[in-house]
Design a protein around this ligand. Structure first.
Ligand SMILES: *Cc1c(COP(=O)(O)O)cnc(C)c1O
Length: 399
C-alpha cells in the first residue's frame, strides 16, 4: 500500500511545482461524494472545477466508456466516425449556431475561436482588422493566445511578449466598451459570468451593447462559456439565460464527463472564413469523448437536470444570502444556478482547508471568494450540509 505521504513526496520530487495543492489524496468518487486514500468521504462542492457536473462514476457514463473503449478510443481526424458529426449536430440544435470544432481543452477552444475570428476579420476588413477586445479580470486559459486575452496580471507576468493588439475594458463599463471597439476590431471576447475571476456577472445591458457593437463593426462576439455553460446556469448555454446570442461560443469543462474535450460553435458567416488545413488537432473529437458527450446531453435531459440546477441553485443562493446577514466576514453572494460565489472580507483558503476536516470540499478563487460549482446532482440536503459547515467555520473567524 502506498501512503498519502509517499504520494505527496513523490510529486514534490518529480513534478513541476505549478500547483499549490491541498493535502488530500483522492482515490475514487461516487455521485456527489469523493473518497480519499483512507476511505474518508467528502461532499463535493468543486466538481473538478466544474468538470464533474454528472458527479462521479455515473453508471451511464461508465457503461458508455466501457462499451466504446472496447470498440475504439481514437481515430485520426483523417477519417470519419459516427459521433463527431452527431455531437456537432446536437450542439448546433441546442445553441442555434451552425458549425462546431472539437479540441481537447478549454484553452484550445478559445485559441481556435480567436483564430477563426482573425480569419473572418481579415476577410471583412483586410490585415488591419485583427484587434481583440477583452475584459479586465477575465480568465481564458494558459496558451499565449488565451493568456493574451486574460485580464489578470498574475497569469501574464513573466511571459511577455503576448499578443499585442488586445484592449481590455472593465466589465459592465459601456463607455469604455464603446471607446475600445472600432473598425479594426475582429472580436469581443468575454465570459458572461466570470469564473476564475471571482463569479462576477456581465449585465444584460453590457452584453446587448457588445452585440450591437459587434454587428456594427462586423466583429465576432465570442462568449467563453467553458465554466458557466452546458447547464450550470439552468439553461444549456449561459447566453440563453441572458438573452444575447454570440457569434462564437467556447465550451469545455463538463462536456465529456471528465474526459478531455472542448470545442467551439460558430455562426455560418464566421465559420465560412476557414478552410481545410487552417486548423486541426490530433486528439480532439475522438469517438470515445464524443460518444460520452452525447451521453452527457441525454443524461441531462432524462434526469431533468436543468430544472434541478435552477431549483437547487435558488436554494443555495437563499441559504448563502442568509449567511451574509449573520456573519461579518460575509460581504456578498453572486452568481446563479450552480455557479455561485461568496465574497468574504477575509482570505478564503483557510475556510477551504478547515472544510477538509469537516468532510466538505470547497474552493476559493481571487483570495477572498468562496466559489461553489457542485455537480448538477446536488440536492437541498447537500446544500444544508455545506451551509452547516460554513456556519461553523465562519463562526470561528474573528469579526
Ligand atoms: C477553465 C477555463 C478555461 C481553460 O480551460 P482548460 O480546459 O483549463 O484549458 C478557459 N476559460 C474559462 C472561463 C475557464 O473556466
Amino acid at each position: 500500500m502506498t501512503t498519502s505521504e509517499e504520494i505527496i513526496d513523490r510529486e514534490r520530487r518529480f513534478l513541476l511545482p505549478t500547483y499549490n495543492r491541498y493535502p488530500l489524496v483522492l482515490e475514487r468518487g461516487k455521485g456527489v461524494f469523493l473518497f480519499d486514500l483512507e476511505g474518508n468521504r467528502y461532499l463535493d462542492f468543486v466538481a473538478g472545477l466544474g468538470v464533474n457536473a454528472l458527479g462521479h462514476a455515473h453508471p451511464r457514463v461508465v457503461k458508455t466508456i466501457r462499451e466504446q473503449s472496447a470498440r475504439a478510443i481514437h481515430f485520426s481526424n483523417l477519417y470519419y466516425h459516427e459521433f463527431q458529426g452527431r455531437l456537432a449536430e446536437k450542439l448546433c440544435q441546442l445553441s442555434g449556431l451552425n458549425r462546431a470544432f472539437f479540441s481537447n481543452s478549454g484553452t484550445e477552444a478559445i485559441e481556435g475561436s480567436i483564430k477563426l475570428a482573425r480569419l473572418a476579420g481579415h476577410r471583412a476588413g483586410g490585415e488591419v482588422k485583427s484587434r481583440l477586445v477583452a475584459l479586465e479580470g477575465s480568465y481564458h486559459g494558459r496558451t499565449f493566445g488565451a493568456m493574451s486575452l486574460t485580464g489578470q496580471d498574475k497569469y501574464r507576468k513573466g511571459f511577455e511578449p503576448l499578443l499585442d493588439d488586445v484592449k481590455f475594458v472593465p466589465r459592465n463599463d459601456l463607455d469604455a466598451l464603446r471607446a475600445a471597439v472600432d473598425n479594426q476590431t475582429c472580436a469581443i471576447v468575454l465570459e458572461p459570468i466570470f469564473g476564475e475571476g471571482g463569479i462576477h456577472e456581465c449585465s444584460t445591458a453590457f452584453l446587448r451593447e457588445c452585440r450591437i457593437l459587434a454587428d456594427r463593426h462586423q466583429a465576432a462576439l465570442i462568449f467563453d462559456e467553458i465554466q458557466c455553460g452546458l447547464g450550470r446556469t439552468g439553461t444549456i448555454f449561459a447566453f440563453q439565460s441572458f438573452g444575447v446570442t454570440p457569434d462564437i461560443v467556447a465550451i469545455a469543462k463538463p462536456i465529456a464527463a471528465g474526459l478531455p474535450l472542448g470545442g467551439f460553435l460558430a455562426k455560418e458567416e464566421f465559420a465560412s472564413a476557414i478552410s481545410a488545413g487552417q486548423h486541426g488537432t490530433t486528439f480532439g473529437g475522438g469517438p470515445l469523448a464524443c460518444r460520452v458527450a452525447l451521453e452527457y446531453f441525454s443524461i441531462i435531459e432524462d434526469e431533468g437536470l436543468l430544472e434541478k440546477v435552477s431549483r437547487v441553485g435558488a436554494y443555495l443562493q437563499e441559504r448563502l444570502k442568509s449567511l451574509a446577514g449573520r456573519y461579518a466576514a460575509v460581504e456578498e453572494v453572486r452568481g446563479r444556478g450552480l455557479i455561485q460565489g461568496l465574497q468574504l472580507t477575509t482570505p478564503a483558503r483557510p475556510i477551504v482547508e478547515q472544510g477538509l476536516a469537516e468532510g466538505v470540499l470547497f474552493n476559493s478563487t481571487q483570495d477572498t471568494v468562496l466559489r461553489f460549482l457542485p455537480p448538477f446532482l446536488f440536492q437541498e440536503k447537500h446544500v444544508d450540509k455545506g451551509i452547516r459547515v460554513l456556519k461553523k467555520l465562519l463562526g470561528k473567524r474573528p469579526r
